[in-house]
Design a protein around this ligand. Sequence first.
Ligand code: GLN
Length: 240
Amino acid sequence: MIIRIGHLYPDMLNLYGDRGNIIALTVRMKSRGIDVQTDAITMGKAFNADDYDILFIGGGQDFEQDVLLDDLKKGKDIEINRAIQNGTPLLAICGGYQMLGKYYKTYDGKMLEYMGALDFYTEGKEERMIGNYAYKTKEGIEVVGFENHSGRTYLGKCIEPLGTIIKGYGNNGEDGTEGVRYKNTFGTYSHGPVLPKNPQLADLLISKAIENKYGKTELAPLDDSLEEKAKEQVMKLYIK
Ligand code: GLN
């Protein structure tokens, strides 16, 4: 088995070690005898969504989000949208998550028109939402992460959040939602990076990718005692 990961804008969008998500996915697959190939899809590089089984976009500052907008609109937006609709597992963090929506209006009034693949928009405020936080997915997975964003994201009526907030701000600090979930797309504000501390979320992405390509398979269990300990510590120190 081989799973191909497309890492979009790794040199531009990589806050708080978001790249660690790729490492976590890779280690968890290789430990199970699954080969992994990761391509960096940088600005100017051609991108065909059919070449990948998992896509990843990290977070960035308003500046980088603005700089890469032209490149995104030269076709990567169409490919990402196609992957979303085809059910390719996609993890998008913070600024990368915001890019899947309709627009991001920065706190200083700059309008960044995004791809509108999913029905939500984001508006920035000067006061940032910062801190360790946690939320629960519909499977009951408690996810811990670190958020630092100016943008407040508001989901459309027909779109599901990734989770409900246990503690922290999440999408907007008002409605108790965090992130977005559509088919196999997961958008979240969690930096940290999120997957090493939340192995169940990593395995959810991996099993969707394998199912798409090879049919339903049971993932062999791994020894997650260190990961669970890290998560427990975050929960104990900052959340509960
Ligand atoms: N620039 C965006 C914001 O401040 C995203 C930040 C991030 O990726 N951490 O909302």
